[in-house]
Write a protein that binds this ligand. Structure first.
Ligand SMILES: [Zn+2]
Length: 378
C-alpha cells in the first residue's frame, strides 16, 4: 500500500488536472451534446492510460463508456457517471476555484474528481512493480442523476460478470465508505373528479383535490420510520379556479426504503389505494426503481478489507449508510458485493458549495488500487 500511496502522491497534479478538465466540460444529464463532449474527452484520457474503450450509443441520453484494463477470468467493476445536476453555463457564475486546499466547481464532488482518482488508481497499478492483477472494467454512464433508465441493463450485466463492484460516488464526511443505501422511487397519484359550480350546484361535483387530500393522509400512514421507510409528497397540483370543483389533481410521492420487503409492501399498498368518494377515479403509476442496497455479509467482508488496507497507510476509514440512491443500489440488488462512496472526500453534492479536498485524492486512489489488487488476487 505504501508504494501505491507514494505513486499517487507524486501524481496528484495529474489527478487535479484531470478533474479540472472534466469539470470544464459541463455535462447535465438532459443535454446529450454536452454530456457527449465530456464523454469524448474522458474516452480519450481512458485510452491514454491504456484502456480499451467501448462506446454504448444512446439516443435519449449521453453515450455510456466502458474501458477495459488487463485480462483474466476474474473481473472487478469500477463504476462511475459522467452526468451532473448542473446546467451548461453554471461554470461561468461558479468557475473552478482553489481555496484552502479545497477545489470548488459544479460536478467536482459528484463525481468528476471520483473519475479522476479512479483513473489514477489504474495508473498506479499499471506502473507498479507487481504484475497487473486481473481484469478491471471501468463503466462510466451518462444518466445516473435521472435514475439510469438507459444504463441499467448495462450496469447489471457488467456487475454480474464481476467479483465485486467499487463505486466512485462521493464518500461520506471524512472519507467514510457507504455500505448501505436506501432504495428509492416515485409514485404519481392522479385523481379524476367531477367538475361543477362551487356555488350553484356543489352537490353535483366530486372534488379531485379533496379526494387527493384523503389519499395523501393514507399515504402518510404507510410510513415506518423505524424500518427506514419514508414517503414524502413532493409536489401537488390540481384544479382550475376557486369557484370550480376540481376535476383533476395529481401528486408525486418520493419513497425511500431500507429493506427489500418494505419496497414490496409499499408498492403493493400504493397500487391498491382506493377512493373514498366513488365518483372519483384514481390511477397510480411509478414504483421503487432503485432497490435498497443492503449490507450483506459479502459487503461487510469487502468493507473489512478496505479498512485493513486503509490502516496500512495510517487511515482510520469509517463506514455508514445514506438515504440517497446510486447505481450501487442496482449492482448490490443483483447480488454482487458492492462498496460505494469510494470517490472523493469533500462536501456540497448537488449544492452551490460543492468541493473536494485535494490532499485526500492520493490516498483515495491508493485505497482503490489496493482494493482492486486484493480482490483480484484472492
Ligand atoms: Zn453521483
Amino acid at each position: 500500500m505504501k508504494s501505491l500511496l507514494a505513486y499517487c502522491e507524486r501524481e496528484l497534479a495529474w489527478a487535479v488536472e484531470t478533474t479540472e478538465a472534466l469539470v470544464r466540460l459541463e455535462s447535465p444529464t438532459p443535454d446529450k451534446a454536452a454530456v457527449d463532449r465530456c464523454g469524448e474527452e474522458l474516452a480519450r484520457r481512458l485510452g491514454d492510460i491504456g484502456g480499451r474503450v467501448q462506446r454504448f450509443p444512446r439516443a435519449a441520453a449521453g453515450d455510456h463508456l466502458l474501458a477495459e484494463f488487463g485480462c483474466g477470468p476474474r473481473q472487478v467493476l469500477v463504476l462511475g457517471h459522467l452526468d451532473t445536476v448542473w446546467d451548461v453555463g453554471t461554470l461561468s457564475s461558479r468557475p473552478l476555484r482553489h481555496e484552502d486546499g479545497l477545489l470548488y466547481g459544479p460536478g467536482v464532488f459528484d463525481m468528476k474528481a471520483g473519475l479522476a482518482l479512479g483513473m489514477l488508481a489504474l495508473r498506479a497499478l499499471a506502473d507498479s512493480a507487481s504484475p497487473w492483477p486481473g481484469r478491471v472494467t471501468m463503466l462510466v454512464t451518462s444518466d445516473e442523476e435521472t435514475g439510469s433508465a438507459t444504463s441499467r441493463s448495462l450496469i447489471e450485466d457488467e456487475a454480474l460478470r464481476s467479483e465485486a463492484v467499487l463505486v466512485l460516488e462521493p464518500s461520506l464526511p471524512g472519507g467514510a465508505l457507504k455500505t448501505s443505501r436506501k432504495g428509492c422511487g416515485a409514485f404519481t397519484v392522479r385523481v379524476e373528479g367531477v367538475a361543477a359550480h362551487a356555488g350553484i350546484e356543489p352537490e353535483k361535483g366530486a372534488s379531485a383535490i379533496h379526494e387527493l387530500a384523503r389519499q395523501i393522509l393514507a399515504i402518510e400512514r404507510l410510513q415506518d420510520p423505524g424500518r427506514g421507510t419514508t414517503l414524502s409528497v413532493g409536489t401537488v397540483r390540481g384544479g382550475t379556479r376557486a369557484n370550480v370543483i376540481a376535476a383533476e389533481a395529481e401528486a408525486v410521492v418520493d419513497v425511500r426504503v431500507a429493506e427489500s420487503r418494505e419496497a414490496a409492501r409499499i408498492t403493493s399498498a400504493m397500487l391498491s389505494l382506493v377512493t373514498a368518494d366513488p365518483r372519483t377515479r384514481l390511477t397510480v403509476g411509478g414504483g421503487v426503481d432503485r432497490p435498497p442496497f443492503e449490507r450483506t455479509p459479502a459487503v461487510a467482508d469487502l468493507s473489512r478489507q478496505a479498512h485493513a488496507l486503509a490502516a496500512e497507510i495510517g487511515v482510520d476509514l469509517g463506514e455508514g449508510s445514506t438515504g440517497g440512491g446510486s447505481d450501487g443500489n442496482l449492482t448490490a440488488a443483483v447480488g454482487v458485493p458492492t462498496l460505494d462512496g469510494l470517490g472523493a472526500v469533500g462536501g456540497g453534492a448537488h449544492a452551490i458549495d460543492e468541493h473536494v479536498r485535494i490532499a485526500d485524492l492520493p490516498w483515495r486512489a491508493a485505497l482503490l488500487a489496493g482494493l482492486l489488487r486484493r480482490i483480484l488476487e484472492i
